[in-house]
Design a binder for this molecule. Structure first.
Ligand SMILES: NC(=O)c1ccc[n+]([C@@H]2O[C@H](COP(=O)([O-])OP(=O)(O)OC[C@H]3O[C@@H](n4cnc5c(N)ncnc54)[C@H](OP(=O)(O)O)[C@@H]3O)[C@@H](O)[C@H]2O)c1
Length: 316
């Protein structure tokens, strides 16, 4: 039997890593997950321990690999205390830097390196879709997004500064990935809606960019196969919608006709109790996938209602 192509997912024990590992494993690919946890196990992948900071033997997995995807990053779903800010930034910068170092030293580095970034990089926009042609990233005090934009820029800068001749690099500017994992964002929204808390958030006018989990995985495969695609790429469905419309569809998906709307003040208070930040729901993310569409990628789930209908196994 010919040797299988090896796909390495750094930070692959998280929501998106588990999704992608399962996707590739179903295709019969060999998947290696780099994790800090020796006890992380999965049927879809082989775990190799790293610390996300230094070279310590794990880099051998990159030699001869077909692709590297880096999904490492301390969760941003927390209060932005000084310590959490440090961890959010360092986990992304350190992992990206050390992967660049490993690729530089590899005898046969993979031809392509996809590194997570985020659609939150773009400005808070209510009226103008943001795509990869935008090069100025401006924070909006009311959206409290200065820190996230700073992190995203530093993260991408580290990727572009890596000295990795012959390795094609793509920054995955991913929107919220809607999938079946109860730990993911759709799981959280469904629980809120079931508890009767699925009303519009804030004034409900902020835009939400999202992508169905299948399209996320299909887009990753597409980026690996399409050698002409390099640089930043938005991973977001072509049909962003308002928070009000999104919550209406989520309520319908869980069979709730009504949900308590949450004012900005209520959300600020709730965020303190839930140890999170309102930016995650109040920032208007109006992000569209211009480069994917221009390259010929076709979304299986371009519209939100079709996407959530698929996820809950009904029509919405
Ligand atoms: N989910 C989304 O909708 C979405 C959207 C846009 C961008 N992103 C970005 O995509 C990446 C993956 O997202 P995800 O939802 O899969 O995240 P996740 O579930 O939080 O998983 C991220 C992984 O990063 C590793 N990690 C956490 N803290 C770390 C630290 N301090 N140092 C080194 N490694 C650390 C963990 O692996 P170990 O504990 O096994 O080491 C964890 O499993 C993240 O960078 C996220 O910001 C996600």
């Amino acid at each position: 039997m010919p040797p299988q192509d090896r796909y390495v997912i750094a930070g692959g024990s998280g929501v998106l890593g588990r999704l992608l590992a399962a996707w590739w494993s179903r295709q019969g690919k060999e998947v290696v997950v780099l994790s800090r946890r020796a006890d992380f196990s999965s049927e879809a992948a082989r775990t190799v321990v790293w610390d996300g900071v230094s070279l310590d033997g794990w880099q051998r997995e990159l030699d001869g690999a077909a692709a590297l995807v880096n999904l490492t990053g301390r969760s941003v779903n927390c209060r932005y205390t000084a310590r959490n800010r440090r961890e959010i930034l360092a986990s992304r910068i350190d992992s990206t830097r050390v992967l660049g170092e490993a690729l530089r030293r590899a005898e046969h580095p993979p031809p392509v390196w996809l590194n997570a970034s985020t659609a939150t990089l773009y400005r808070h926009s209510l009226d103008e879709p943001q795509d990869e042609s935008v090069t100025e990233f401006v924070a909006t005090p009311a959206a409290k997004d200065a820190f996230s934009i700073e992190v995203a820029q530093a993260w991408e800068r580290t990727l572009w500064e890596a000295d990795v001749p012959g390795v094609r690099r793509v920054a995955l500017r991913a929107a919220m990935v809607f999938g079946r994992d109860p730990e993911g964002v759709f799981g959280v929204l469904q629980r809120l809606a079931r508890w009767g808390l699925g009303g519009a958030m804030g004034d409900g006018k902020q835009m939400v960019s999202w992508i169905h989990e299948t399209d996320f995985c299909r887009a990753i495969d597409w980026l690996i196969e399409h050698h002409e695609l390099e640089g930043p790429v938005n991973l977001a469905a072509p049909g962003p919608l308002s928070n009000r419309a999104m919550m209406a569809a989520v309520r319908q998906a869980v069979g709730r006709r009504w949900g308590l709307p949450a004012t900005r003040g209520m959300l600020e208070l709730g965020a303190i109790f839930l140890r999170t930040e309102t930016e995650l729901i109040l920032k208007s993310r109006y992000v569209v996938p211009t480069r994917l569409l221009a390259s010929g990628f076709r979304f299986e789930f371009p519209e939100f209602r079709g996407a959530v209908g698929d996820l809950v196994g009904g029509s919405v």
